[in-house]
Design a protein around this ligand. Structure first.
Ligand SMILES: Cc1cc2c(cc1C)N(C[C@H](O)[C@H](O)[C@H](O)COP(=O)(O)OP(=O)(O)OC[C@H]1O[C@@H](n3cnc4c(N)ncnc43)[C@H](O)[C@@H]1O)c1[nH]c(=O)[nH]c(=O)c1N2
Ligand SMILES: CC(C)CC(=O)C(=O)O
Ligand SMILES: [Mn+2]
Length: 506
């Protein structure tokens, strides 16, 4: 089988004694971190393993290949094939501190692992080391329904939390399609379809407990603090939202929660052009309609969605909308939005009143990545995640679609258009390197265009390995320097998830 990766010269030239891990040729799409770093020596890992077993127990430490493999990749395109040397499962913050202290002492990299649903290779072990699987810390540790907040450990997933909250008439709205861990979502600054109304993780995390690289425990807003606002010093909480495991282990997150709205009403509306659909979205927002969800799928995505889910929506640029509130409010929001859609040539709204119907509709939307892969057997896809000021969105999507069409690549477009955030899945056959090259060129053009339109290379998936070179362009040299100096202060030996976010350590 051909490989669609480029062989990295960087890693091959590193000083190599007896290195742990698999010894297959190293392949990498992007250049690795420029560093003199190399994988830990076999004897270092052997001693560390013994120390970890002594502290955590034999059941909490593994070096089997299948488990190391499972922990060294996520759901996105594989960037390389390096494995973690060990996988460990802490059961408490204290155990996490012990792991950090032991790894720091031996200068071994540590990679936090949530549920592995990330898309930018955040959990890959670029330099080997210890993958720290947080799933056994799975308690809801503090619940204050009347204050609308909850504190969770890293093993609690968003669906798990919502299952618990439902009986109390509450919910947590941030919804990446996958059932990700809430601390992983904090680490990637995730969002999803509800962000237009309820915000992203950035707006919904009140406090986090972090185990730093040297084992110290930090509470970013002060221990047990959960006030809705604060002017007390620097915003350390938001420093850790989006830190992608590069500054410490998030061992608790205190989150805002919300009352389940009295009524939720979903609708689907087709348009003749992407521009008409996006204009509708912009006008709905400019009219101050407090819309809860407004998602775009293009004709290519709708076609796959219909075929895969036995649905019969029109194959055309389509908005999926949802309104939340009291019955009166929902009805008036929907009426006003309907008039705007009508003005832009939208077809009649197709309503989903019942929760079963609504769930089917949103499941089809959330599953579109899997639908795309299943509709193209044997293929993979580069996932893009640009985000721009909303008025720039029609131009960006229209130009991107023209580019995709010209390239001959299959590339459905969809997006959280209410946030100016949209995705494409640029499908390629791994046996055809030229297809991969085309997809990569398209992704690069799209990202450059988004940056030129005052946007970002990633609205919600993070930098990981996949977007390291774009971060430099986006932030500029002073921004990168500041980020690195913060990293150096918190993690002076560069042990927390090395090889991610930054192209170089220096
Ligand atoms: C089908 C599908 C659909 C979507 C998505 C994925 C998939 C497969 N995602 C992406 C993904 O679900 C999202 O990035 C999650 O926040 C990742 O959470 P995990 O727990 O899986 O983190 P995962 O284990 O994948 O780790 C991701 C990163 O966070 C770090 N990390 C994890 N847990 C940590 C902890 N406790 N402390 C410190 N660092 C930690 C890791 O080191 C890594 O760098 C997404 N995203 C999105 O924003 N919007 C969306 O709509 C979707 N939709
Ligand atoms: C791009 C996808 C794989 C995930 C996502 O962010 C979405 O479906 O909105
Ligand atoms: Mn998304």
């Amino acid at each position: 089988m051909h490989c669609w990766f480029f062989t990295s010269q960087v890693f091959k030239s590193l000083p190599g004694k007896a290195l742990v891990g698999n010894s297959r040729n190293f392949h990498c799409i992007k250049p690795l971190l420029q560093s003199t770093r190399h994988r830990p020596l076999v004897e270092t890992i052997t001693t560390l393993r013994q120390n970890l077993i002594k502290s955590l127990g034999r059941d909490s430490v593994s070096d089997t290949e299948a488990i190391r493999k499972q922990h060294s990749r996520d759901e996105g395109v594989e960037r390389h094939n390096h494995l973690a040397d060990l996988v460990v499962w802490p059961k408490s913050t204290e155990e996490c501190s012990i792991i950090a202290s032991l790894c720091s002492e031996k200068k071994v990299p540590m990679i936090p692992f949530g549920t592995g649903t990330g898309l930018e290779s955040g959990v890959c072990a670029a330099y080997g080391g210890v993958s720290v699987d947080m799933s056994k810390m799975d308690q809801i540790v503090n619940f204050n329904p009347e204050d609308f907040d909850v504190t969770v450990q890293p093993g609690v997933t968003r669906k798990g939390l919502n299952h618990f909250l439902k009986d109390h008439g509450l919910w947590f709205p941030v919804d990446p399609g996958a059932d990700a861990s809430l601390c992983g979502m904090t680490a990637t600054s995730a969002s999803g379809t509800n962000a237009v109304r309820y915000g992203t993780m950035r707006e919904n995390v009140l406090n986090v407990e972090v185990v730093l690289a040297d084992g110290r425990v930090l509470h970013t807003a002060g221990e047990n603090r959960r006030s809705k606002k604060s002017s007390a010093g620097f915003n350390l909480t938001n420093l850790f939202v989006g830190s992608e495991g590069s500054l410490g282990f998030i061992t608790k997150a205190t989150l805002k929660i919300y009352g389940i709205p009295e009524m939720m009403l979903s609708a689907v509306c087709a348009f003749t052009t992407i521009k008409a659909a996006v204009d509708t979205c912009v006008q709905i927002l400019q009219s101050n309609i407090p819309i809860a969800r407004i998602e775009l799928m293009d004709d290519v995505a709708m076609d796959m969605c219909n075929n895969h889910n036995k649905l019969d929506y029109k194959v055309a640029p389509t908005l999926f909308l949802e309104f939340h509130g009291s019955e009166d409010s929902v009805k008036s929001q929907a009426k006003f939005a309907g008039e705007i859609a009508d003005y832009n040539g939208g077809s009649e709204f197709r309503w989903a009143y019942e929760s079963e119907e609504r769930n089917r509709l949103w499941k089809a939307r959330h599953d579109i990545y899997w639908t795309t892969l299943q509709s193209n057997p044997g293929c993979r896809a580069i996932i893009t995640d640009v985000c721009v000021p909303i008025t720039r969105l029609p131009d960006l999507i229209t130009q991107t679609k023209a580019d995709i069409q010209e390239s001959g690549i299959i590339g459905p477009c969809l997006g959280h258009v209410g946030d100016g955030n949209f995705h494409t899945f640029l499908v390629f056959n791994p046996n055809k390197p030229e297809e991969f090259k085309k997809a990569e060129t398209l992704a690069a053009r799209m990202t450059k265009r988004a940056l030129d339109l005052n946007g970002t290379c990633t609205g919600e998936h993070g930098i990981g390995i996949g977007k390291m070179n774009y971060l430099e362009k986006e932030m500029g040299p002073v921004g990168i320097e500041m980020m690195k100096s913060i990293k150096k202060t918190l993690d002076p030996h560069w042990l927390m998830n090395p090889g991610k976010i930054f192209l170089s350590e220096y």
